[in-house]
Design a protein around this ligand. Structure first.
Ligand code: MN
Length: 268
């Protein structure tokens, strides 16, 4: 019997759900023959550093989507007004369905009439960690408790922040997800007012404005590269030229082979 096998009886850690299970709602809402958004669900190694992304999304209402990596998916919140660096400002953050990891490199336009139709900009990307440590276990516990303190290591999001679950808001309907508040903690990265979303109006990756992303959609296609975390490339391609993230889910063996190849090319 393997000595290191985790005891199910005494472990206080919650069971890790699979990425595919967690993406059921995400997939149900989308028609992948129409939208260029990724289907997700590829097998991944446990993360040594947890990724986060914030996307600016001009859907029916402009909002920012905060996504935090946990257990192979991106836990997601829609933040209507975006993150404020001012510790006196509490921003409503409505939890939405988990998104695939591959969404972290998605920038472009979701066709009108589709779920979330509109332009999506990569507003910030980077890594994050729970303030108390403990990696993914720490994040899982924070979400369960409704009090998640994290440190962001982004280009724009920096320092200590907290997500606090609230009562009341949106709890009247059975289908609605919990509401949270996103608040900056006092530290060297705190600032007055709304400096973050007012200062940074272009993509942190492509440097384009929302209009440029929307207008360029027919010519440029973003190829996310799932073999190397968070990387990708632009190409001029017609709409019929399917981007990499449209491909069907790959097998575990294929994912492993790709990771190996990616690790090798990183060394060169
Ligand atoms: Mn959104």
């Amino acid at each position: 019997m393997p000595a290191k096998k985790r005891s199910t009886a005494t472990s206080s850690k919650s069971q890790k759900p699979s990425a595919r299970e967690q993406l059921t709602e995400y997939r149900k809402k989308r028609d992948f023959s129409v939208t260029g958004e990724p289907e997700g669900g590829a097998e991944r190694e446990p993360a040594s550093k947890l990724q986060f992304v914030i996307q600016k999304h001009a859907a029916s209402h402009l909002h920012f989507d905060l996504r935090l990596e946990l257990d192979g998916v991106m836990k997601s919140w829609a933040v209507p007004k975006g993150p404020a660096p001012d510790p006196t400002i509490k921003r409503l953050a409505m939890q939405v369905e988990d998104h695939p990891m591959e969404y972290n490199s998605f920038e472009g336009t979701i066709p009108e009439g589709e779920y979330g139709g509109g332009t999506v900009m990569l507003w910030d990307v980077g890594t994050y960690e729970p303030e108390k440590g403990g990696g993914e276990d720490g994040v899982r516990e924070g979400i369960k408790k409704g009090d998640l303190k994290v440190i962001f290591h982004g280009k724009r999001m920096k320092g200590s922040w907290v997500l606090v679950r609230t009562r009341g808001w949106g709890s009247s309907s059975a289908s609605s997800k919990p509401s949270w508040l996103l608040i900056k903690h006092k530290d060297g990265h705190a600032a007055r007012g709304d400096a973050l979303v007012e200062t940074h109006v272009t993509s942190v990756v492509s440097k384009r404005t929302m209009d440029e992303i929307g207008g360029a959609q027919k010519k440029k296609v973003w190829h996310s590269n799932r073999a190397s975390r968070g990387r990708g490339s632009w190409s001029n391609a017609g709409r019929d030229d399917a981007p990499a993230f449209r491909k069907k889910t790959i097998s575990v063996a294929e994912a492993r082979a790709r990771r190996k190849a990616a690790a090798k090319s990183d060394e060169e």
